[in-house]
Each structure stands twice: as C-alpha cells, then as structure tokens.
Design a protein around this ligand. Structure first.
Ligand code: HDE
Length: 739
C-alpha cells in the first residue's frame, strides 16, 4: 500500500498514465477508455437485460458536448443575448435546458440516515448455513455481489462523520434468487419496541424545529426528554454514549440485523437467527475530543477512510455470522423475548456461527447514482430468509417501500441501476413516474391467454419465495405492549458491567457532556434516575459532573446480571492494516533512516504519511504528504518523530535546526499541539535520532506508549505492537470511581 498525496496534481480520468502531463482542455481527443469501475452497476438495460451499448456512450465521455437530445453545441459558456451587452433571449434552448436541469438536480435527502458512504464488494458463502436456510447465497464458495451503505442517523447529508450517533450498516445482496437487503446498524438494539414510535424518537433527535439546531447531535433537550421519558430507550442510549457511538472507521464497526429473523431450510424446517457482521480489523473507536476535532478538521473522515482503503487495496472484510435459536412457539430464549428489539442475547450464551465473508473492493464511480440512489428495503427477502413478528420489523416492512416514493420520485425506483436486481425481473408492474422500461406484450395481467400465459407462477420447489406459515396466536386486536417487553434495565446494566474501566469512564463522561448540554433540569434529573438504576457508580459520577444531587434510582439495579466479555473493545490484539503512521521530519532527519521507515511501514500494510515543515521533496524520492499547516493529529493512528523540531514558525524564526537539545519553547507550536493531542488521545508516539529530544522537551518521554530508539527499524516494531491494541489504554485518565 502506498501513501496518497492529496496535494499532487490529478490528471482527470487518466488512470495509470505514469508521469503527470498537463493537458489543456481546449481540443477534443479520443474518448477516454472507461475506468473499470464505470462498469458499475451491471451494464443492463432498464429491464435488466445485458447490453453491448458502448461504455463511452453510457459514461457520457464522447468527443463533443451535446444537448440532452444529442445536438452538438458550439458554445456552452455564453448565453444567447440580443447583442453582447443586451438581454438574454428566452429562445436560448441550451441555457434553459442547462439551468432548468440544474434547478432540479437535488432530491430530498433521506429522512433518517441522510449522510452515508457506500462501496461494492462480494459475499462468499462458507456453506455452513445451507443446513439452516435454502437461500442460495449461503452455499459453499458461492459468490454474490453486494453494495453496502454506511451512514449516520441524525445528521443531514452534509453533516460531519464523527457525530455521536448510531451508524447504519445496510447491505444489498444481488443474489441469483432476487435481492436480499440486510438493513442493519452498528448497534444490536434499538430505542423503541414498536415502529409506531419511530417518528417520535426521530423528531426528538433531529434539530429543534424553531432554530434547526443542533445539527447531527443528540446532546440537546428534546432527545434527552424523549430518552428520559422512555425507559426502553436506555439500552440503545448507553451503547451510543459508549465509545461505540464514535467509531474509528466504518471498517472497524460491527453490524447487527437487530431483529430476530427466521431461516427456512430446504426441508421446510426453521430456526430463528440474529445476524452479526464481525470486522476483520476489530471494533475500534476514537476519543470524544478527537471526534469533535475531526468534525471540524475533516468532516469526511469516515468516507475518506473507506474510499482510501479500498483504493489502496486494503479491502475491508466482515464475516457474517448467526446466533441460532430454536423456533419455539414462544420465541423466547432464557427469559429474553426474541421479538424485543431492545434485547441482545450475549454471545457467551449463544455463540455467533460464521456463515460467509464479505469483502468490499470497489468504490462507487458516481456518488449520486450509487450511494444516494440506492434504496434499501427489509422487504427484500429471498427464499430461505423470512421475518418474525418483531413489531419494529413489521413496521419497517411498510416504511422503506413507502419512503422511496417521495425520495426517488415515484414507484419505479427499482429500475435505477444500483437498485436493479441481478436476477431476471418479470413483474407486471407498469407505467408510473420515471418508467424507463419499454415493456412488450399486451397482457400484463394474470392469467392471460394472449401473451401465452406468461409469466407463469413458479412451482414451490423452483426457487420461489414461500411465506412461512407461521402460527398466529389466538388473540384479540389490541394496542398493547407484551409483558415480556417490560424489563428495560437489566440489559443496559449488562452492557455497563461488560465495559472495561476506561470505557466506563468514557461512557460516564459522554452522559455528563450530553446532559450538560440540556438546559431543562427536570430532564437531567429524570435521566439521572435511570443512570442510578443502571449502576449507582455511573449515576454518582454523572451527578457529580453535573453538580446535581444523587437521585433515587427508577428501579433497584438488577443483582443477577452477568457481564458479556464480547462487548468490550479493550484487551485483544488486532491487525494493523491500513493504519496511518505520521512521520515528522525536518532538515536534520537522516534520509536513509527515513527511507527505511517509509518502506517498513508500507511493508506492514500501513500508510506512511510524511509531515514536513513545507511541501516538496524531503529526501531522495520521498515527498511530503502533509505540511505542518495541513497535518492534524486526528489523521494519524501513531506518529514517529524524526526531527529535533524545526522552528519554522515565523515568530520563532528560521528553517535551521538549532544546535543542542530543544526546550519546549523551541518546538514549533504546531508540532507540540500535534504531539499533545496524540498523547491525550492515547495514540502510540515514537522517536528516533534527533526526534527523541522532542519527547524529552515535551516531558512525555517516560510515559506509557511513548518509545525512543536509535534506529527507525527499532521504533517501528514497538509501534506495530502498540497499534495492535488500538490505543495505549492506560494513558486515558480514570477517576477510580468506576473500577
Ligand atoms: Fe430505518 N429507516 N427505520 N432502521 N434504517 C430508513 O429508509 C425506519 C431501524 C436503517 O443506507 C429510511 O430508505 C422505521 C432499525 C438503515 O439507505 C426509513 C424504523 C434499523 C437505514 C426508515 C426504523 C434501521 C435506514 C429512511 C422503526 C437497524 C439507511 C431512508 C421501526 C436494524 C439505509 C430509507 C440506507 C433508513 C424507517 C428503525 C436501519 C424512513 C420506521 C431498527 C441502515 O424508511
């Protein structure tokens, strides 16, 4: 993998052309060959049939500019006027077409999950689920194309990536038997237990309707008003307040189907399952201060990280797994109602069994056509995968189909290239806004005798979807919550008890931050009572931070709750691929050592990013990727200091390294800021050669996770080791109240 130089001039659309050449865009040239990813999605007609239409026609990269009707134009830069300084003529068809189309370029953003990033890839079945489900995609080594869209929930399309929020993790599997959408989140539970409450929770979480602030945040009164008035929201909220609410990368998030689904095997037997995505790189987060900095310094942090990793060949991977439950009449597991979306079943009780591997290996070539126009829908099920009566899931089965009619402008959104099934489509849906198929035949009804009776219904054993004949309990119509949905505190407590001390500190601080942003004291006090019910030490820590008295718990904390060690992010070692290592260099950096370091970092499949006082070549063949102006700590998982500090700050003066060891005042303030932030965010810091003096001067040399060595090679092995645990956990301060 090699570092990317964002400052380097790009040659538009000319992949792999070697040396950059500057070509002035004045004369037409041969149409560019399509980039391989412009083949995405499938080259099919609106009805799904393969097409041989030349790619250049589809990608609109022909030699001459035309109108939308194919008429060549001589001038697209000046409108048609009555004289050079006269009024513009209504007759200017090109002006009107160009502006009018532009006026309608935007479509409504998603009502939730508006901000997202997507990627294409493949799912390969392990064969382990074929005994559970007849769905063909689970067959051993069967490969199925996928498109995944990750998202935040609350923010608008242009908001920052590092909001404290749940992340969407929606996967479209283009299977041979039709499309299956697994529309999940990075947290396994949801705020509410009945879909009818969805508008309530979202109205509460979105910006206040009067001023439309705050954007993409839960730290405000209406959100906490809702949460504190709904004890069922406590479980999802504690996940949001934990580090899971601020992921390091989409590549480092788990995904969950949340609801319990039903798998149907070839012989008709069924099991209940919960779907899990397990990232190969482990589950990691950023620190809260880091998240806030990222939203200002690089609001595209997550989407950039995903696209860069794929472009560099560091393809992110997740294993799909299932927790399998017997399909009993009551659909309960050890007292947990499997239809309650606010509950998990700890992995220690029912392990996650891997069923396949997903690899994302291709970036979208057009954000709008793919990531924006993709429409996920939990109704998209394939034979062998079915729903249960979870009331949240049942409501979603209505909502996703419905919302696209407004968002994508009519009922034919399935014909948009990204949404087209890869299986043959033979429906009898006709006409409507944006119909782009030219259907043949005269009898779009069944049965018919005019079109030869086609299309026919499929016999059950030939890959037809069969609605599983689930028994319906004898009952009456009623608007009630089942009694088995009423325990709202033992699982937030389970989550709390499963966290390490430092994760608990972060969670308590997050509550203190969010409630500290609420002005209504009733809301804070009401929520504090719930925190005392989850755990008295949590309640006390947050009450103290808010300067509020301790509260009576909503209910006594459950005593018999067992922790689930699978829920902590601390304590294991993970691959370091794709991690970004900053290297601070100056005129005193040894060029050979630098070359070794860069190639060793590259060799470890990480990304070396050289940070120099100014742009340009810093050593033979090595250019600065960042300067002290463009570098910020948030971008680096670790940093290696290879200079004694070059006081380029105009106030400090000069580009020459000073003789002798630097004092803190000698170090460029941007370097000390970078190292201080890296230190506070518990990231690995290393130095070699003259760089070791900087660590001494900043008085961090003797602290955990800060290493010095004589050579670049020696420091790197320690950095790799430190990065394997993600952060130097002992560097985060703790109060001792939450051990
Ligand atoms: Fe969604 N949700 N949701 N949701 N959801 C939407 O559909 C809805 C829920 C999730 O990248 C919308 O196409 C209701 C749970 C993801 O395009 C909308 C309820 C889970 C995405 C909608 C829920 C999700 C959405 C908005 C309560 C995790 C983004 C745009 C019953 C299992 C998909 C759209 C993408 C999007 C409705 C709850 C995941 C309005 C009514 C639980 C990942 O239809």
């Amino acid at each position: 993998m090699s570092a990317r130089d964002n400052n380097a001039p790009q040659i538009p659309g000319v992949p792999g052309t070697g040396e950059p050449t500057i070509e002035e865009p004045t004369a037409p040239r041969q149409p560019l060959p399509p980039k391989p990813d412009q083949g995405a999605p499938e080259r099919v007609t609106p009805t799904g049939a393969p097409t041989d239409a030349p790619m250049s026609a589809m990608a609109q990269q022909g030699e001459y500019l035309t109108t939308a009707h194919g008429v060549r134009l001589t001038n697209s830069d000046q409108s048609l006027k009555a004289g050079a300084r006269g009024p513009v003529l209504l007759q200017d068809h090109h002006f009107r077409e160009k502006i009018s189309h532009f006026d309608h370029e935007r479509i409504p953003e998603r009502v939730v999950h508006a901000r997202g990033a997507g990627a294409h890839g493949t799912f390969r079945g392990y064969g382990s689920a074929t005994k559970l489900s007849r769905a063909g995609l689970f067959a051993k080594d069967k490969e199925t194309s996928v498109f995944v869209r990750f998202s935040t929930v609350l923010g608008s399309r242009g908001s920052g990536d590092l909001a404290r929020d749940t992340r969407g993790f929606a996967t479209k599997f283009y299977t041979d038997e039709g499309t299956w959408d697994l529309v999940g989140n990075n947290m396994p539970v949801f705020f509410i237990q009945d879909a009818i409450k969805f508008p309530d929770v979202i109205h509460a979480g979105k910006p206040h309707p009067d001023r439309e602030i705050p954007q993409a945040q839960s730290a405000h009164d209406t959100f906490w008003d809702f949460v504190s008035l709904h004890t069922e929201a406590q479980h999802h909220t504690i996940w949001n307040m934990s580090d899971r609410g601020i992921p390091r990368s989409f590549r480092m998030m788990e995904g969950f189907g949340v609801h319990t689904f039903r798998l149907v095997a070839e012989d008709g037997s069924t099991v209940l399952v919960k779907f899990h995505w397990k990232p190969r790189l482990g589950v990691h987060s950023v620190a809260w201060e880091e998240a806030q900095l990222i939203n200002g310094a690089d609001p595209d942090f997550h989407r950039r990280d995903l696209a860069d990793a794929i472009e560099a060949g560091a393809y992110p991977q997740w294993e799909l797994g299932v927790q399998v439950f017997e399909d009993t009449e009551d659909q309960m597991f050890q007292g947990i109602d499997l239809l309650d979306p606010t509950k998990i079943v700890p992995e220690e009780l029912v392990p996650v069994e891997p069923v396949g591997l997903m690899t994302l290996d291709r970036n979208p070539s057009n954000y709008f056509a793919e990531t924006e126009q993709v429409a996920f829908n939990p109704n998209n099920l394939v034979p062998g995968i079915d729903v249960t009566n979870d009331p949240l899931l049942q409501g979603r089965l209505f909502s996703y189909l419905d919302t696209q009619i407004t968002r994508l402008g009519g009922p034919n959104w399935n014909q948009l290239p990204i949404n087209r099934p890869h299986a043959a489509v033979n429906d009898m849906l006709r006409d409507g806004f944006h119909q782009s198929a030219v259907h043949s035949g005269v009898a779009p009804y069944r049965p018919n005798s005019l079109d030869g009776g086609n299309p026919a219904e499929t016999p059950e054993d030939e890959h037809a979807f069969i609605d599983y004949p689930a028994p319906v309990p004898a009952s009456v119509k009623e608007r009630v919550r089942p009694q088995s949905f009423e325990d709202h505190f033992s699982q937030p407590r389970l989550f709390w008890l499963s966290l390490s001390e430092v994760e608990r500190e972060h969670t308590a601080q997050a509550y203190a931050f969010e409630l500290g942003k609420c002005w209504d004291e009733n809301i804070r006090t009401r929520q504090l009572r719930h925190l005392f019910a989850i755990d008295p030490a949590l309640g006390k820590t947050v009450a103290q931070a808010l300067g509020l008295p301790e509260q009576e718990p909503t209910e006594a904390p459950a005593q018999d709750v067992q922790a689930s060690p699978a829920l902590t992010q601390v304590g294991e070692t993970w691959p370091v691929e794709g991690r970004q290592v900053g290297i601070l260099v100056g005129p005193d950096t040894d060029a050979d050592q630098l070359a070794t370091l860069v190639s060793e970092i590259d060799g470890a499949d990480m990304v070396p990013l050289v940070i120099a006082p100014q742009g340009g070549e810093v050593a033979p063949g090595i250019v600065a990727h960042r300067t002290l102006l463009t570098a910020r700590s948030i971008e680096f998982d670790a940093v290696v200091v290879a200079t004694a500090g070059t006081p380029v700050n105009p106030v400090a003066g000069g580009l020459d390294a000073k003789a002798g060891a630097p004092s803190p005042g000698d170090i460029d303030p941007r370097v000390s800021l970078l190292l201080n932030e890296m230190w506070r965010h518990a990231k690995a810091i290393a130095a070699f050669g003259p760089g070791t003096d900087v660590l001494d001067a900043l008085q961090i040399a003797q602290t955990p996770g800060v290493v010095s060595a004589d050579s670049a090679k020696d420091v790197l092995s320690t950095v790799v080791e430190l990065l394997g645990s993600h952060r130097v956990w002992e560097r985060f301060p703790t109060t001792g109240m939450l051990a």
